[in-house]
Ligand binder design. Structure first.
Ligand code: FES
Length: 374
């Protein structure tokens, strides 16, 4: 055996093909060279033919891994041949080394591989398989949800402040029992205290003071201009008006002569007209009516008529005058003055203050200075 020549790959292949086709038996050298460490030949039954023995020997030793391409090829061909011999099918002969290698690898991988029909063959198939796998748990979950009891939560109304825990528990229990949730009590909102008015900031005070300082001279100037204009307008209005004395008329009626009894001094027109109307018979022995000015001849004060003393008394310096108007005490230098008096057309007495009569000048004898009572 040692002197036998080592076969080449081509020779081994040729022999294997021949063997597979039922030709000559493989020489022992070939069998030995291709089946190192295989099952011993004596384990093979004696009834088997010598042609099938090498093939079965080859098929029975797949546990030992071939070490070269030639060994792999030989083993594959031997397995294929053995398989065809067992099943009785006519297997197509591998025509090339590539076919033989592909068949051997497919056979080797076939033992543990999944059936080709179940494996995804394209990207679309892979995606469809992934989606199906993803949808499956969701469907399972929904089915499980339908089976499991669901506790419905009743929304609790917004109650503003947080209610007490026991109230919330009561509400949940009532909602679970089918009733409507009770309205929880609302905490009363405390009245907001009235805030004091905002204090004026110092900045605001400063701005106000600045505005006053800046505006005051301007305002004062315009106020002065306005005042001057007003005064000028009033002066012009007065200039346009005529000069006239706003006094009562000097002639006025005081009433009928019968309204003035004898010995009585009437002060009815003293305040308004400044005259006394007197009915007396003491001057000249005749009963006459006359009118006296209520002006003291000393310094012009207004004397008072004292009916108890039957005299006019000046309060300024104490001058005294009789009912006739003649001065008799005090500093008054002369008697009181008379004014004109007459009977008007309607029979009433009419006083004329534009006419004055003095006793020291003898003017009291003038008929215009008195009215004689008949
Ligand atoms: Fe009448 Fe002097 S004013 S007494």
């Amino acid at each position: 055996m040692a002197d036998q020549k080592k076969l080449t790959t081509q020779e081994i292949l040729a022999l294997a093909r021949k063997k597979a086709s039922g030709g000559e038996s493989v020489p022992e050298t070939v069998a030995e060279s291709t089946s190192a460490g295989t099952t011993p030949a004596d384990t093979t039954p004696a009834t088997e033919s010598p042609a099938e023995e090498p093939a079965k020997t080859e098929a029975a030793k797949p546990a030992t891994a071939p070490k070269s391409t030639a060994d792999i090829l030989a083993a594959a061909r031997a397995q294929m041949a053995a398989k065809s011999a067992d099943t009785g099918e006519s297997t197509a002969k591998p025509t090339s080394t590539a076919d033989i290698l592909a068949a051997a690898r497919a056979q080797k991988a076939g033992a543990a591989a999944t059936p080709a029909a179940s494996a995804p063959k394209s990207t679309a198939d892979i995606l469809a398989a992934a989606r199906a796998a993803k949808a499956a748990p969701a469907a399972d979950k929904s089915a499980a949800a339908e089976k499991s009891p669901v506790i419905k939560k009743t929304p609790v109304a917004d109650l503003g402040d947080k209610p007490a825990i026991k109230d919330m528990v009561a509400a949940v229990k009532q909602s679970q029992s089918g009733g409507s949730p009770p309205k929880l009590p609302v905490k009363p909102v405390a009245a907001q205290p009235k805030l004091p008015p905002k204090k004026v900031t110092s900045r605001r005070r400063f701005l106000e003071a600045l505005a006053v300082v800046a505006i005051t001279p301007f305002a004062l100037g315009w106020a002065a201009v306005g005042g001057i204009g007003t005064l000028w307008t009033l002066g012009m209005a007065r200039f346009m008006m005529p000069n006239m004395v706003l006094e009562l008329p000097s002639q006025f009626k005081v009433g009928l002569p019968s309204e003035f009894p004898p010995g009585v001094v009437s002060e009815k027109y003293k305040a308004s007209r400044g005259v006394w109307v007197v009915n007396s018979d003491e001057y000249g022995g005749k009963s006459i009516l006359y009118a006296l000015l209520s002006i003291c001849t000393h310094l012009g004060c207004t004397p008072n008529w004292l009916s108890g003393e039957q005299k006019f008394k000046c309060p300024c310096h104490g001058s005294g005058f009789y009912i006739t108007g003649i001065n008799f005490e005090g500093p008054a230098p002369r008697p009181l003055e008379r004014v004109g008096l007459r009977i008007s057309e309607d029979g009433s007495l009419e006083v004329d203050k534009s006419l004055k009569f003095q006793e020291e000048l003898g003017q009291w004898s003038d008929p215009k200075s008195f009215v004689e009572i008949v």
